[in-house]
Design a protein around this ligand. Structure first.
Ligand SMILES: NC(=O)c1ccc[n+]([C@@H]2O[C@H](COP(=O)([O-])OP(=O)(O)OC[C@H]3O[C@@H](n4cnc5c(N)ncnc54)[C@H](O)[C@@H]3O)[C@@H](O)[C@H]2O)c1
Ligand SMILES: O=C(O)[C@H](O)COP(=O)(O)O
Length: 523
């Protein structure tokens, strides 16, 4: 498989990818060049420099994943990717501390005029009086957006003995108390704060969250910082506020257009500016590159991703508790769908015991992916599985019961159409997947490789001839389970075999007297 890296990525990330794939690093591509190239790649790894537009997505015939080595995904057309079944992942935590530290660095640089004083001294001047600064100690910092980076900034500013006001509609009083911050509205922050820093994504609600109206409310000594996204602070309004001394300064790392062209404040004396350096530390770049490389490796090898943008993201602490169940759900889905020959209208997924208390959204997606891949192959993934099910009028029903029965957790997937149904139940025992029931009959099987699942009449001289047929065809049986029912009742037999079984051999098994049906399940 081929991976295109179209922005500069740390060597560690590239090397990790190269262990598994054919990797091409081509930076600085125009949209047209990317459109022309992208068709041959299975994965695209980017930072903020590459615009993954609808045109790029449209041309991306083999693309399965876009990996963003960083946080912001505003340079990716997510709806277009989702529609095409392309997973978008980011690395939300790897550069968070670097971005928080850069924000503090920008605040202190601005407070003490460090960049301006450096430039002056380098120009041969000695202007001590001109660069009179302010302390941050005891001052109020307004934090707009109290997520990962906002919270880290607040923590560090508290270390500098600043008081924190925060605005984030998704943060409650308990969280604010835990962080030792006072919640306030944007207008209230504008009136009271000495420094204001923004740490939200750029959305239609956050675009221009600090605008002329807010600058009008600010103290003339106020200073603003943007290390999040260009456009959260209205750039023209900021230019006016700085020129008219409505506020004392601005420290800006990000711009509406990067690099900025004809920006109203970049050249101003009271503006400190950096070229989008928030994440540019050795540590952050290794973190994000390795994290995204791991995601790409997992997804291209058919596994799950932890930080998907276009399906609900899985926090590492949740991932660690559901990981084996993700694999189980997908495996059971695939197995039961093969037993049903892909012919079903309803998918019922039942979680029992401890697993029912976990976040099962991803498990349901995994189950659905497993079920659908029998008919859709690799075209189905975690992103498009629900929409594929919907477009095929497949009803998906999830149920949960935390009551613990024989196993502490189990997942059952039942497929049905009219009066015909097939079901399969599995569990995880010390990280090993087990199938514990097929069509309501107890078995105990390791779901791997190939399995022949048959129904037969429970009487002598049925199992033996089936095994003979396999033996005659040099197919080794590595495990066997027969369901427990009364003599002469219908029972299930599941054979783990070491190699694929042809339709011809299966047909011979189906002709054994007493065999009702036989299917090959390939996992
Ligand atoms: N300069 C850089 O190099 C750099 C580096 C990393 C991240 N970033 C940017 O920093 C920003 C924050 O990243 P993060 O990882 O902390 O994200 P995050 O998702 O952890 O936090 C964002 C916070 O913004 C809040 N929010 C959303 N809408 C809001 C609104 N209308 N008003 C107020 N708050 C709102 C959310 O509730 C959330 O708490 C993003 O824009 C990201 O792209 C920049
Ligand atoms: O969103 C981010 O992670 C930052 O803006 C960093 O962007 P970069 O990877 O282009 O430095």
């Amino acid at each position: 498989m081929k991976v295109l890296v179209s922005d500069s990525l740390s060597e560690e990330g590239v090397a990790k990818l190269e262990e598994h794939f054919d990797v091409e690093v081509s930076t600085g591509l125009s949209e047209d060049e990317l459109v022309e190239k992208i068709g041959e790649f299975d994965a695209l790894v980017i930072r903020s420099g590459t615009q993954v537009t609808a045109r790029v997505i449209e041309a991306a015939d083999k693309l399965k994943i876009v990996g963003r080595a960083g946080v912001g995904v505003d340079n990716i057309d997510i709806p277009a990717a989702t529609e095409k079944g392309i997973i978008v992942v980011n690395a939300p935590e790897g550069n968070m501390l670097s971005a928080a530290e850069h924000t503090i660095a920008m605040m202190l640089s601005m407070a003490r005029n460090i960049p301006q004083a450096t430039a002056s001294l380098k120009a041969g001047k000695w202007e001590r009086k001109k660069f009179l600064g302010v302390e941050v100690n005891g001052k109020t910092l307004g934090v707009i957006g109290l997520g990962r980076i906002g919270a880290e900034v607040a923590k560090r500013a508290q270390g500098l003995e600043m008081n924190i006001l925060a605005y984030d509609p998704f943060v409650n009083e308990d969280r604010a108390k835990e962080l030792g911050v006072e919640l306030a509205s944007v207008k209230n922050i504008a009136k009271r704060a000495d420094f204001i820093t923004v740490h939200t994504p750029l959305t239609k609600e956050t675009r221009n969250i600090l605008d002329t109206e807010e600058f009008d409310l600010m103290k003339p000594t106020a200073r603003v910082i943007n290390c999040a996204r260009g456009g959260i602070i209205n750039e023209d309004a900021l230019g006016q506020a700085l020129k008219n001394d409505k506020i004392a300064g601005a420290a800006i790392d990000v711009f509406t257009n990067e690099p900025p062209e004809n920006c109203s404040f970049v050249g101003l004396e009271n503006a400190v500016v950096t070229p989008h350096l928030g994440a540019s530390t050795e540590e952050a770049q290794v973190n994000v590159a390795v994290s995204v490389a791991e995601e790409v490796i997992s997804v291209l090898n058919g596994g799950p991703a932890r930080s998907t943008i276009n399906i609900p993201s899985i926090k590492p602490e949740i991932m660690s508790t559901i990981y084996p169940y993700l694999e189980l759900a997908e495996t059971l889905g695939s197995a039961v769908s093969q037993l049903m020959d892909g012919n079903y209208e309803k998918v019922e997924i039942a979680y029992k015991g401890d697993v029912a208390g976990k976040d099962t959204r991803h498990l349901t997606l995994a189950a659905l992916k497993g079920v659908l891949k029998t008919i859709m192959g690799a075209a189905v993934n975690y992103v498009n599985a629900p929409s594929i099910a919907k477009s095929r009028d497949i009803e998906v029903i999830e149920s949960k019961s935390e009551r613990v029965e024989e196993y502490s957790s189990s997942i059952t997937i039942k497929l049905s159409k009219d009066s015909i149904s097939k079901s399969i139940t599995g569990t995880v025992v010390e990280d090993d997947l087990r199938i514990i029931m097929i069509d309501g009959q107890r078995v105990d099987l390791a779901p791997s490789g190939y399995m022949i699942v048959s129904n037969h009449i429970n009487r002598p001289n049925v199992i033996g001839p089936c095994c003979m047929i396999l033996g005659d065809n040099e197919i080794n049986i590595s495990g066997m389970q027969v369901g427990r029912v009364q003599i002469c009742g219908k029972t299930i037999m599941a054979l783990n075999v070491d190699s694929e079984v042809s339709e011809d051999i299966l047909e011979q098994i189906r002709h054994v007297d007493g065999i009702i049906d036989a299917k090959l399940v390939s996992l």
